[in-house]
Design a protein around this ligand. Structure first.
Ligand code: HEM
Length: 473
């Protein structure tokens, strides 16, 4: 009799407990669910028409931001920080000086020097270059490190930082798809998270002495003042920056060491990774289509002969845009969506929207190859961006009326480094094509260049590009 009563009691208790657990799991699942958008029209409704609702980032999913927590303090950077006053302070600091469009012309001597070093490096590498990516990333990183630290970074430090950031981007890219920020995924991925935390700590050990060197430097000279508007290394602006204190009121404070490290890491990683990825993809297509390569070389030689700058080479622009359309270096962007408008667009089912918004993932590769908006989307055809082509009015960022490609994102959180990124790509690509003939490596001669993509933090060539490189003169 007692056993029967106990069984009945257990059943009576189990029903509400199981019911509660079931609804709790459904609620957490709905909150953690990722809503995927690959349709350009839906992306436009979200990011342009409802920009305010889609301007947050769901912080929990960034293993990187989790790993940068120190002593209970989140060490935010521009990418991870929630939309608001703190974000605005960090972003304005970046765009007011080093990334400001009026400053870009002043950077030309540094860019030309970095491109010359890459040409010299490739000239000494022999006819068959086994890993083009390796050479490109080293050269791009040297430039970006200079923009960040000024002349204080020694060559060995730059090399060490470059290889560490490559390792970091790879590890973060590996972990990100498996990581949803839940307690379970933290547990399952503790080893990967620990690895990333260690990498950030080691990077801090490299960056902080360089940051300190800039702090102590008086006067802090600009990077390049000759002729154009003086530009200061990014670190100088961070040392002078005041951000809102997290408490009430309008109090401001300087950045903590952990924040400085996170912001420097973001600048170096964003500046190197995407530009290098785009250069590698572009060279792969130029090897695959020698007629496009020849046409581009003719334009570069003619423009330079007549003293025109990189800004007036329409075919160079078209080649870079076509590469970015097909292989956006950042394959996905994540946004946290709030508000009824956002729910209506993504069809969200969560009753309670998490503080950092419902998770929405925009697939930039799908958007650039949408066959409703592009003819022959899988063909590399830069001519589509020339006058009279189907995309003659399309640039790197979407206009207000429609989205056809968005390699730099869209809306309030679009990439602030777009102008510098485009310029850096072109200032390396033009001399690489002018100085060298690019042909398939012996191995690719029979099979063609392998264009298989792999999506991690960046969209990279699965098989790093190798090439046969000969001087044109
Ligand atoms: C080819 C070069 C580049 C590409 C393709 C690229 C792409 C992107 C994309 C897709 C986003 C997300 C935008 C969104 O959510 O709508 C982004 C954000 C960002 N990028 Fe870039 N980027 C490039 C170069 C750079 C450079 C040179 C810098 C700075 C040195 C930079 C700094 C940033 C920052 C700070 C963010 C976060 C913006 C925010 O959340 O407010 N990027 N980038």
């Amino acid at each position: 009799m007692e056993e029967l009563l106990a069984a009945v009691l257990v059943c009576l208790l189990a029903v509400p407990i199981l019911g509660f657990l079931g609804s709790y799991t459904r609620r957490v699942r709905a909150q953690l669910a990722v809503h995927k958008i690959g349709d350009p029209a839906v992306a436009h409704r979200a990011l342009i028409d409802n920009a305010d609702d889609f301007s947050d980032r769901p912080v929990g999913i960034f293993p990187v931001s989790l790993a940068t927590w120190r002593d209970g303090e989140p060490n935010e950077n521009v990418t991870t920080v929630s939309y608001g006053r703190h974000w605005s302070a960090l972003r304005c600091n970046l765009t007011a000086d080093i990334l400001h469009p009026t400053r870009l012309a002043s950077l030309a001597p540094l860019q030309q020097e970095a491109a010359r070093a890459l040409v010299a490096r490739l000239s000494g590498a022999g006819a068959e270059v086994a890993d083009v990516r390796e050479h490109i990333t080293a050269a791009v990183f040297a430039l970006v490190a200079q923009l960040c630290f000024g002349e204080d970074a020694a060559v060995d430090d730059v090399r060490a930082m470059g290889s560490m950031i490559r390792g970091f981007l790879f590890a973060a890219g590996e972990l990100s798809p498996r990581f949803d920020g839940s307690a379970l995924s933290k547990l399952l991925n503790w080893r990967g998270l620990r690895g990333i935390t260690g990498m950030i700590r080691r990077q801090g050990e490299l960056y902080l002495p360089l940051i300190e060197a800039r702090r102590g430097r008086r006067p802090r000279l600009p990077l390049c003042a000759g002729g154009g508007i003086p530009v200061h290394p990014y670190v100088d602006s961070l040392l002078d920056l005041r951000v809102p204190d997290d408490g009430e009121g309008n109090a401001l404070r300087t950045l903590r060491d952990g924040e400085l490290v996170g912001l420097v890491l973001e600048f170096l990683g964003a500046g190197m990774g995407s530009v290098s990825a785009c250069l590698e993809w572009t060279l792969a297509h130029l090897i695959d289509q020698p007629e496009v390569q020849d046409k581009l070389r003719r334009e570069i030689i003619a423009a330079e002969g007549s003293g025109q700058s990189l800004r007036s080479m329409p075919y160079l622009d078209a080649v870079v845009l076509e590469s970015l359309r097909m292989h956006p270096p950042v394959p996905f962007i994540m946004r946290g969506a709030h508000g009824e408008g956002a729910k209506a667009i993504i069809g969200g089912t969560a009753a309670v929207v998490p503080a950092d918004g419902l998770r929405v993932l925009f697939n930039l590769g799908d958007i650039g190859r949408d066959n409703k908006t592009w003819t022959d989307p899988d063909r590399f055809r830069p001519e589509r961006f020339l006058a009279g082509g189907e995309a003659e009015d399309i640039g790197p960022s979407p206009g207000p009326k429609e989205i056809r490609m968005m390699p730099f994102g869209a809306g309030h959180r679009h990439c602030p480094g777009m102008n510098m990124g485009m310029l850096n790509i072109k200032c390396f690509l033009a001399p690489l094509v002018r100085e060298f003939e690019w042909a398939p490596s012996a191995e690719d001669c029979s099979n063609g260049v392998d264009m298989t993509e792999v999506d991690g933090f960046l969209k990279l060539m699965k098989k790093p590009l190798s090439a046969c490189v000969t001087r044109t003169h």
